[in-house]
Design a binder for this molecule. Sequence first.
Ligand SMILES: [Zn+2]
Length: 226
Amino acid sequence: MPRLWRIPTGGADSYLVLDDEITLIDTGTPGSGAGILETVRSLGRDVDDIRTILITHYHIDHVGGLAEVQRHVPAWTGVHVAEAAAIESHLPLPTPFKQPFLARIVDPYLEARDPGPARVDEELADGDELPGLGGIRIVHTPGHTPGSISLHFPELGAVVIGDAMQFRFGRLMLPNRLFTQDMDEAMGAIRKLSRVDFDTLCFSHYRPIRQDASKELRTFISTLLP
Ligand SMILES: [Zn+2]
């Protein structure tokens, strides 16, 4: 039975799906690669077992360690088709800030830390099914960024949602407005996800919900205006 393992990094949490092979979800801020690989070793596993890397979206705190990890493991990397070009590009990653004034202040700092290009082997789209681990289904959940994806593990009864929602003070919330490109689209994505059944919901910046998560999500949806 595969299991999910959360790895805190300097940025967004990464997740390992541990089975005969390992799937790594997200890679933290630049410089996080060594810590992620060390965690894999501390679990008694070989880093060569990492065969798949999936990126929820192209923000620097999720994709920053990707090139570092790729240098050490034989994994292929999957990213939503809308974000592959930005990750492979030598140009800085797109700004995470919606408000131009915030972008003007913080982008120079982020550009100085830009991790540079990383390899994308597979461009993913909504509904794609990846083999192994009881199957991984790609759910396109845009809004936070255009190519944000959530990963549904039917056999685990789990969804990794990235930054498409917040879970603060024990409450589900819409994604952070400061960093979300299109809130209407983000709400549509959450409604779409509420049609999936799962017990566990894993976030990038908050502790997971471990029980009845899709029920909790549907309760949250009922509080939103139509
Ligand atoms: Zn983000």
